[in-house]
Design a protein. Structure first.
Length: 211
């Protein structure tokens, strides 16, 4: 083939082998710098824009490069802790549900919280938007608090508590609905060869004709 074609062939093979690793590196680097940017924005949002810039300018660059990406990771991991389900199970275990629970016809075999699967997209979006919601709730409910950090923390705590109470109540109502489910019988057919909907029973006639 000649030295030039042989050289180009070797270069093409090398690029084909390296390109998957390069693509993974680009994706990982993009995710990393996105996490760094999100962490910096969250710091400025929580402690205040000017104070956040001041803190990050005075901090060690290595500490920022290692600490800022952990902020979204911690938020996502915290979102995955389903403490509401634990409260519902504890509620049922200690027999302290609402008064309607005492008159349930049966106990669902699935148990409390069944069918509530973990959604990756919902968990990710909820975790990443939580600092904004905490800051907004803090500004609305705790205007008298001068510290932006304390105001955001109080707003986040109130939001988590309100959301948790509503979620526990919702799960309890779902549990009651599951306990009151009934399996209905198939509609009975009358003597005229028709079912309750008025349609003729053609399956029996076809079977008798085939016989």
């Amino acid at each position: 083939m000649g030295p030039l074609v042989y050289f180009l062939q070797q270069v093409d093979r090398a690029l084909s082998r390296v390109s998957p690793f390069a693509a993974v590196g680009v994706v990982v680097g993009t995710v990393y710098w996105s996490a760094v940017t999100y962490g910096a924005v969250t710091v400025m949002q929580v402690v205040g824009h000017k104070k956040g810039l001041y803190v990050m300018e005075r901090a060690d660059p290595l500490f920022l490069l290692m600490g800022l990406p952990t902020i979204p990771v911690v938020l996502v991991l915290g979102k995955m802790i389903r403490w509401e389900d634990y409260l519902v199970r504890l509620w049922h275990k200690r027999n302290l549900p609402p008064g309607s629970y005492r008159y349930l016809p049966r106990v669902p075999a699935e148990g409390p919280g069944a069918g509530d699967h973990l959604s990756v997209s919902r968990t990710l979006c909820g975790a990443l938007i939580f600092p904004s919601i905490a800051s907004l709730v803090g500004r609305i409910l705790f205007r008298r608090v001068t510290s932006n950090l304390q105001r955001t923390m109080l707003g986040g705590l109130v939001f988590v508590l309100i959301k948790g109470v509503l979620k526990v109540y919702f799960k309890q109502q779902q549990y009651i609905v599951q306990a009151n489910r009934n399996i209905l019988n198939y509609p009975e057919r009358n003597g005229n060869g028709q079912n309750e909907g008025g349609e003729e029973d053609t399956e029996d006639t076809e079977e008798s004709g085939n016989e």
